[in-house]
Design a protein around this ligand. Structure first.
Ligand SMILES: O=P(O)(O)OC[C@H]1O[C@H](OP(=O)(O)OP(=O)(O)O)[C@H](O)[C@@H]1O
Ligand SMILES: [Mg+2]
Length: 182
């Protein structure tokens, strides 16, 4: 698994430190509120688990499973709901938790959906932002790290469902995807 990584971009320690910082900031922003934290599966799972324990205010959590990448490295452009929320969002203050914003298509779809469902407010926290990948005009309220225009894996992010359990964020060796194309 580690052999397929060309370069470690963000270490386990840097991620832990960032979760602490961003969690503190969000706890201040949600002081006195009862937000609904929404994790976008599957990629956001490790980040959600770590950051939520640093947002020390009462909150509720739920999950939405959407998918648009399939087994490739570019978005299909079609966002598919695999699992919807169990919670009603009408009148709620939503905190959407993402692992990465790349094209922005996933979040653009979710934001339209939650506005239609009459959320009171919507904030986005993402561990990674890849501005060079953007095709939809989406900006996160809180960003952990900006990443270059490379396909990154680890800490929730996959290539073909693998590497999600790496404890760091890394760049995959190009031969890993070209081998699949052979
Ligand atoms: O900004 P975008 O170009 O839409 O890309 C970002 C989304 O893509 C990935 O999810 P994916 O669809 O691969 O599902 P997964 O989380 O189950 O891997 C990632 O976890 C984000 O949700
Ligand atoms: Mg994926």
């Amino acid at each position: 698994m580690h052999n397929d990584i060309k370069e470690v971009l963000i270490s386990e320690e840097e991620i832990a430190q960032k979760c602490k910082e961003l969690g503190k900031q969000l706890a201040e922003e949600y002081d006195g509120k009862f937000p609904l934290a929404i994790g976008v599966l599957k990629g956001a799972m490790p980040f959600m688990s770590d950051i939520l324990r640093r947002i020390e205010v009462p909150l509720e959590m739920d999950f939405m499973d959407v998918s648009s990448y399939g087994s490739g490295t570019t978005s299909s452009g079609e966002v598919k709901i695999v699992k919807d929320l169990d919670t009603k969002v009408e009148g709620r203050d939503l905190l959407i938790i993402e692992d990465i914003i790349d094209s922005g298509l996933t979040l653009s779809y979710l934001i339209d959906l939650f506005k239609y469902r009459k959320a009171n407010s919507i904030k986005i926290v993402t561990l990674l932002d890849k501005p060079a990948g953007r095709t939809a005009a989406i900006k996160a309220d809180v960003v952990g790290f900006e990443v270059p225009n490379e396909f990154v894996v680890g800490y929730g992010l996959d290539y073909d469902e693998k590497y999600r359990n790496l404890p760091y964020i890394g760049i995959l060796k190009p031969e890993v995807y070209s081998e699949k194309l052979k």
